[in-house]
Design a protein around this ligand. Sequence first.
Ligand code: PEP
Ligand code: MG
Length: 538
Amino acid sequence: MIVREGKSVYKGVAIGSIFVYRKAEKAVNKVEIEDTAAEIARFEAAKEKAMGQLKGLYEKARVDVGEEEAMIFDVHQMLLDDLDYNESITGIIENDKMNAEYAVFMTGEQMAAMFLAMDDDYMRGRAADIHDISDRLISILNGTQVSPEAMPEPVIIVAEDLAPSETVQFDKSKLLAIVTQKGSANSHTAILARTMNIPSLVTTDIEIDQEYHGRQAVVDGFAGLIYIDPDEETMAKMVAKKKKADEQRALLQEMKGKETVTQAGKHIHLYSNIGGVGDVDAVLENDSEGIGLFRSEFLYLGCDDYPSEEVQFEAYKTVLSKMNGKKVIIRTLDIGADKQIDYFDLPKEENPALGYRAIRICLTRKEVFKTQLRALFRASAFGNLGIMFPMIISVKEIEQIKEMVEEVKLELAREDVAVGDVELGIMIETPAAAVTSDLLAPHVDFFSIGTNDLSQYTLAIDRQNQSLDNFFDPHHEAILRLIQMTIENAHKYGAWCGICGELGADEELTAKFVQMGIDELSVSPGYTLDLRKRIREC
Ligand code: PEP
Ligand code: MG
């Protein structure tokens, strides 16, 4: 039995086999081969697998987002079967005696360059598709692809670290636990684990060893341990611990249907944080009263190209319809820093957390922002929508946002498109916003305090840097004072104020937040019932 220790970011016990996740290798090795027939057979097998995946993706997209948007996967299938593409690959293998990965890479580069040199916009756009299918083939060939077939049953993911763009590719129903060598409690991997309600360890002293792949393990999210090949005694103990945890969870079920109200009779809106349409079921299962933060950027992270207005509209409409009149607050695109998306082609920065991100991107790439606003306002007719904007530091930004909002509303009115009543709010996640919250409050309906970033910027501690964990104090007086100040200023000007950062679920602070006058707490769905119980005790 091997035991490794990490920092737990979500409690619980998971038992299952390990899936060692390595980053998809983009660098392709050039290797001379002798058996060209075997190499061509390897390519053909990868092609068949890719074709099967694309068929599956086409079907899934057709059902999820409609025929038109699904067409891209049809195009990919045609390109994959293209005679020139295939002849070029097999030619490089046969004539130059090169490995399949290299042959696919070279062919992809040459054909993409050819498309890019064309006059026609549509044909130029196919260059990205050629890259896409080549990347798919290469990752199948070198075994770094994470596909649903690669994870036939629920697994414990062991990885060096996971970027948000990587976590979105996992089939969430197949994850039992996440164990990473790096990461921090406030990283988006940790947030994802909490949203999915699965135990997770970060900064674990575990080797990313392929030898571990497929081996039996137990993750104890209470003690921060992972046992690989647990002995009988440990397994029996862990099974009992899991049973107890499941029983406690079952006991919490009695909180369902109860009001989230303090002893003094104050109702606190208890909402959930989600990353996508697939998380809504967990919101409803946990009897949450609404959605306080829909991180819309995960929709962008899950696409290979800018999601169209239609794709976004369908996603927002689905969430609003499923929530059936309950409040849904969707945050506009918050990328940059750790959330990088290739097709945005963002510049490399010395200091990305202080760089070109979130609203700064939206206010400079207005076509991207406008597409999202149109989708949001169109969807607003299907439920109770609030829109909030991330990383605000000034009134000027709110004015620019409102100008765009008015433009979009006018456009939709001219097109005879119905829109609902939408509350507009901002995230308070910079010290600048908290300190000037008295100036910002008159311009909005609500504030939502993003304590993850607010803590990072107030304490000058990078939320991604695990080596600073010992300096990080989530209960630092500076953070608490900024929260207090923000709530008071919101109320002074008739706005409501909530917390959607991870601190909102910290039960040691619940009584304090209630005392401060907080109106709403938005937490991972799995925390809802615990927090309701805690609030009812306040
Ligand atoms: C926050 O900063 O607290 C927040 C909720 O946003 P995110 O974690 O997505 O940056
Ligand atoms: Mg944030």
